[in-house]
Design a protein around this ligand. Structure first.
Ligand SMILES: Nc1ncnc2c1ncn2[C@@H]1O[C@H](COP(=O)(O)OP(=O)(O)OP(=O)(O)O)[C@@H](O)[C@H]1O
Ligand SMILES: [Mg+2]
Length: 378
């Protein structure tokens, strides 16, 4: 690199350069400070939602969602701005009131639940006759023929717990029974329920059941219920206590002061092993239905469902059924789609046996990769 030796640096230019650099420096300093404060925000624990009971001078009495009350400080920004009945956000440890929530009578239940009338019918689900039968008995029959249960003198179960590996039809079964009974289908995901503001989970569960009663007959489908009710070693952090409270509220709703009537609960999990046994006690979700990997008959019927719409030639179905031992329903569907792609890549309009064989190898390979990824990072 050459340096300017014969020309004296122009003083004016030098000053201008210095000025821009200083400006730039200031800009970077500010952006650094901003990023640091953003980072701090993420490091901070989430805020608690609580209710103001009383304002006492520059302090306030706060009621938490577990019904305990505390005398707490009010941040200077909030002085004079809160009154009894307000919902406020508190710092987690000191409970200092930091902010006020807009007054809402109803939480936005609609934002986190999916309400629909599903279109999946029993015939869209291949095989699984035993599982279908059981769900029909527990959910469909009591909704369709309540008088039968009155006459016999028994109360049907409040709900069921579907458990088993991913992609084996739990969600499909829940939707099909909602469809066949023509009920409102309200779907929530356990992990989403607890990732909301601390203090809201329990309230949301309460509103969920209210919503179901208002729209009954209804089925509440709680997917990933293990996110709410996992057996916990210790409930040390307040985040876990919050999950616990949400779970308690769920149990309370199931036990219910108010009869559930035409509201049925279907919960689903991949992790029965970690599920809190309190949920499974008699009178709660005491009907467990295992939705396991499809057996030969079911695999054959799942293939038939997807093959029906495909343009195939010379397919040896029993061979495919044999080769897909250990595959989930979702994977069998993936095999059919992949097989179609192999045909397209080969400029054919009809799908042949070897396309399916290649597809099976590919789907199996993907699954193996997922497994090794999970064992490395999961
Ligand atoms: N018996 C079956 N008949 C037809 N398709 C099936 C069957 N089982 C699974 N599938 C296919 O797999 C997909 C996934 O099924 P579903 O969502 O019901 O699985 P799941 O058990 O709820 O899985 P997860 O535990 O991951 O939520 C379905 O959308 C469907 O395409
Ligand atoms: Mg599912």
């Amino acid at each position: 690199m050459s340096t300017e030796t014969n020309n004296e640096p122009n003083n004016l230019n030098f000053n201008i350069d210095l000025e821009t650099l200083e400006q730039e420096n200031e800009l970077l300093r500010r952006s650094l400070a901003h990023l640091k404060s953003e980072l701090e925000k993420y490091k901070n624990p989430p805020l608690l939602v609580a209710e103001v009971k009383k304002v006492v001078g520059d302090k306030a009495i706060l009621k938490l969602s577990n019904n305990h009350s505390f005398l707490v400080n009010v941040s200077s920004a909030m002085q004079g701005k809160i009154e009894p009945g307000d919902s406020v956000l508190s710092e987690q440890k000191s409970l200092t009131i930091l902010d006020k929530l807009e007054k809402v009578k109803h939480f936005e239940t609609h934002n986190f639940v999916v309400i629909e009338k599903p279109t999946i019918s029993w015939s869209n689900i291949g095989g699984m006759d035993k599982e279908k039968q059981e769900i029909k008995e527990v959910i469909e029959l009591p909704l369709k023929k309540p008088e039968l249960f009155k006459e016999v003198g028994i109360t049907p179960p409040k709900g069921i717990l579907l458990h088993g590996p991913p992609g084996c039809g739990k969600t499909m079964l829940a939707k099909a029974v909602a469809n066949s009974t023509n009920t409102t289908f309200i779907e929530v995901v356990g992990s989403e329920l607890v990732q909301k503001f601390i203090g809201e989970g329990a309230k949301l569960v309460k509103e969920l059941f209210e919503l179901a009663r208002e729209n009954s007959p209804a089925i509440i489908f709680i997917d990933e219920v293990d996110a709410l009710g996992a057996e916990r070693m210790d409930i040390g952090t307040s985040g876990e206590r919050e999950v616990q409270r949400t779970f308690m509220q769920l149990l309370a709703e199931i036990d219910g002061f108010k009869p559930l009537g035409d509201v049925k609960i279907i919960a689903a999990t991949n992790r029965l092993d970690i599920l809190d046994s309190a949920l499974l006690r008699p009178g709660r979700l005491d009907r467990l239905i295992e939705v396991g990997l499809p057996n030969e008959t079911t695999r054959k019927e799942i293939f038939n469902i997807y093959l029906k719409n495909m343009n195939t030639k010379n397919i040896n179905l029993s061979k495919l059924v044999q080769l897909t031992e250990g595959f989930s329903g979702a994977e069998i569907k993936a095999v059919c789609t992949e097989a179609g792609y192999f045909a397209i890549r080969n400029d054919r309009k009809e799908v042949r046996q070897r396309d399916f064989i290649e597809a099976i190898t590919k789907v199996k390979q993907n699954e193996d990769e997922d497994k090794s990824y999970i064992s490395m990072f999961g």
